[in-house]
Design a protein around this ligand. Sequence first.
Ligand code: ZN
Ligand code: ZN
Length: 165
Amino acid sequence: MLLEGSCHCGSVHFTVRSAQPYPFNLCYCSICRKTAGGGGYAINLGANNETLKVDGMDCVNVYQAKMRDADTGKTKQSPGRRHFCSKCGSALWSWDPRWPELVHPFASAIDTELPVPPEHTHMMLNSKASWVEVHTGPKDNMFNAYPHESLAEWHQRLGLEDHND
Ligand SMILES: [Zn+2]
Ligand SMILES: [Zn+2]
């Protein structure tokens, strides 16, 4: 489906085609929580990077998180590039050069009506803030780190992938 998105101040608008538009994947990591998840988590969608069209790119800034390796104590920069509006701070999408064909819009930036997921994935629960309560449905799956399934595999398992995109 075609997704239309924007930041809150309206400086940035974008469209992108998505075969994985269900907002099922809740990430509780500290980066998502601080940059895009006021309630404790952020939700990413799967979309086709080639189809991303942006109006207002001059207002888009990029954040690459610096993370401390718990074993070595060394700081390294995340390859993931989180795009946000430099005027209002809205999180827009994330793109990772390791998977250049994909782009992950934040569900919060999307203005198109999204389909309601029949089940959710709760991920990075090891990084969850203690005040955040995880509200799970009967079919939800929980993961301390990364889930076994990709965004695309979740949609395929449930027969929800949009084959036109
Ligand atoms: Zn803005
Ligand atoms: Zn995260």
